[in-house]
Design a protein around this ligand. Structure first.
Ligand code: ADP
Length: 585
């Protein structure tokens, strides 16, 4: 029962091992999947960001280029404007500023300014400029010298840059003034400040002329970028545009994730440098990864839920089983108690049965004994009556033979009572070392007349050394004689009667008597008192019962079996007496 209970105990251990394995596999798959999707998504989103950045760079560059182109034709048109020429010639500028404002609104330039031949502002879209002198400005100087429209970059007092197209106005082949059209690049620059990128525009000398970060201006790109220690200028520039990044700190920490693109503007060797960050890429990838991880976490939770349910079911099962086992145990203990009780009453019954079978045996024996004794008694009575008659008729010789018969009958009755006496005698006598070889030869001597009469072929095998047992010589002789007599009875009808007698000495002393008769009919009843197959008068069925009693009294046993080919085998087995013991005695 204990073993039955241990088998299911292995079950939870197996289940928890399976659970651990499943969870380990799920986690391994999760890690692999997250790793692969991280690589894939990062690559994909980076590619997307790059394409988007390239597009934006192209748009910004296009904006600058179109602004420049759009404005570049305005000076030519205005240099031929009759109203402006007339105003310059007549010195009447009353309506000129108003006209310039109208034109500015139409063409979308940043500002327009009309200078007279001395570089004084005579009309302007910005009234504050009226009357200001520009004689030394590049746009005035260069336009006065050139027959064409010139593009100039002027550094203002404020530190800002002013980009303008200017052209000389002529009247009768003589310069009468200069028209200055400011290009509206500043408004583009302002827009960049709110965009999600950092942008620089450099001129042909590599100096920054436009930038989303004012501090970068007037420097070379590389100098602009290493202005200060970390966080780098770009990072700070990007930080300024923090409205598109949720966590500026993240952008800074992702220093390596900054993307730089360069492009041509297609105007006087101008170039645009564009910086953006991959931070948004990371954010998007992280978003997807978070979803995946959440999915796996739910999966693991599900696995745990299922496993814990199974564990609960199993523990319920074990509980039920152990309850059943306990019940079974109780039932078994009850059964054992019951059996013990039955055994006790059986022993009591056996004792009373032994008592009654003893009484029955006594009854049977009395019947057999009285039967056996009655027969010779009746015969003796007849013989005595006969003898009496013969003596009365003076025939003493014949009477003598009757007496002889009576004598025989008395002898037979004596034999029966002798046998009964030896059966009744048990223990008490002192046991002595007996050599079974002596016992055998004494028995054979006693049976010699019968053996000779029947011409039995006897094969004997006897060891040279004594075969000593502890016993009673006379009683053992009685056993041997009994066996020999039975064997002779079994072979008396045969033509070639044979007896094999074998005395051997091993762990035990063994004396066997084998005949070639018809064998034993009923092995179960053989040793029962009064069991006999012989005719009344030939046997009383006490021989084997008595012999077996004698042998077991001496600590041995008498066994019987049928031979393999024919006949019966009787064997006396006795504990051997050690030589040492014998020597000691
Ligand atoms: P009895 O010889 O008076 O019949 P035993 O107790 O010696 O009593 O033998 C009981 C019975 O055992 C015999 O009647 C016989 O049937 C059987 N028996 C004994 N010895 C042999 C033998 N050697 N071969 C066959 N049967 C035997």
């Amino acid at each position: 029962m204990i073993r039955q209970a241990t088998d299911p105990e292995d079950e939870p251990a197996r289940t928890s091992l399976v659970a651990k394995l499943v969870v380990a596999v799920v986690i391994a798959i999760a890690i692999l999947l997250v790793w692969i999707s991280n690589l894939y998504l990062t690559e994909r989103f980076t590619q997307e960001s790059r394409s988007r950045a390239e597009l934006r760079l192209a748009i910004y560059a296009g904006n600058i280029s179109s602004e420049l182109q759009r404005t570049s034709v305005v000076p030519l048109l205005l240099s031929r404007d009759p109203a402006l020429i007339t105003a310059l010639n007549s010195g009447d500028f009353a309506a000129t500023s108003q006209r310039l404002i109208l034109i500015k609104d139409e063409i979308g330039a940043a500002s327009l300014m009309l200078l007279d031949e001395d570089g004084r502002t005579v009309a302007s879209t910005d009234r504050r400029m009226l009357g200001t002198h520009h004689r030394n400005t590049t746009y005035f100087v260069e336009a006065s010298r050139s027959p064409d429209t010139v593009f100039t970059t002027e550094t203002l007092e404020s530190g800002g840059l002013q980009f303008s197209y200017s052209r000389k106005l002529e009247s009768g082949n003589q310069g009468i003034g200069v028209i200055v059209v400011e290009v509206g690049l500043a408004k583009l620059e302002q827009k960049w400040a709110f965009a999600a990128e950092a942008i620089m525009v450099t001129n042909s000398e590599g100096i920054v002329i436009l930038s989303s970060e004012p501090r970068w201006k007037h420097q070379k790109v590389e100098d602009a970028l290493i202005v200060e220690n970390a966080p780098s200028a770009i990072e700070r520039a990007l930080q300024v545009t923090a409205d598109w990044i949720q966590s500026p700190a993240e952008a800074i920490s992702l220093g390596s994730a900054i993307m730089r693109l360069d492009g041509k503007i297609g105007f006087q060797g101008w170039r645009m440098t564009y910086f953006s960050t991959f931070a948004s890429v990371r954010e998007r990838v992280n978003g997807v990864l978070a979803l995946e991880i959440m999915g796996f976490a739910i999966l693991v939770a599900l696995v745990f839920y299922v496993l814990s349910r199974r564990a609960v079911q199993q523990s319920n099962l074990f509980q039920r089983e152990s309850i059943e086992l306990r019940a079974l145990n109780d039932r078994l203990s009850q059964e054992i108690e019951e059996r013990e009780r039955v055994e006790r009453s059986l022993r009591v019954a056996e004792q009373s049965l032994a008592q009654s079978s003893k009484l029955a045996a006594l009854g049977e024996m009395s019947a057999a004994v009285s039967h056996e004794l009655n027969q010779p008694l009746a015969a003796m009575k007849t013989y005595l009556a006969g003898a009496k008659l013969l003596l009365q008729r003076h025939r003493p010789d014949e009477a003598l033979s009757s007496f002889q018969r009576i004598d025989d009958l008395i002898g037979r009755m004596g034999a029966i009572t002798r046998q009964l006496k030896s059966y009744a005698r048990k223990g008490g006598d002192e046991l002595l070392p007996v050599d079974l070889r002596d016992v055998l030869s004494a028995g054979l001597t006693m049976m010699e007349p019968q053996l000779n009469q029947m011409e039995v072929k006897i094969t004997q095998s006897v060891p040279r050394d004594p075969v000593l047992v502890l016993g009673d010589q006379l009683r053992l002789e009685q056993v041997v004689v009994n066996l020999l007599r039975n064997a002779l009875d079994a072979v008396k009808e045969l033509k070639e009667p044979e007896l094999d007698i074998l005395l051997s000495k091993g762990e035990q002393a063994k004396l066997s008597v084998r005949d070639n008769g018809s064998g034993i009919d009923d092995l179960d009843q053989l040793f029962e008192p009064f069991y006999t197959t012989k005719k009344p008068g030939d046997g009383v069925g006490l021989g084997l019962a008595i012999s077996s009693g004698i042998v077991s009294d001496l600590g041995g046993r008498l066994i019987a079996r049928n031979g393999t080919s024919s006949g019966a085998v009787f064997e006396i087995q006795m504990p051997i007496l050690e030589e040492k013991t014998e020597a000691a005695e």
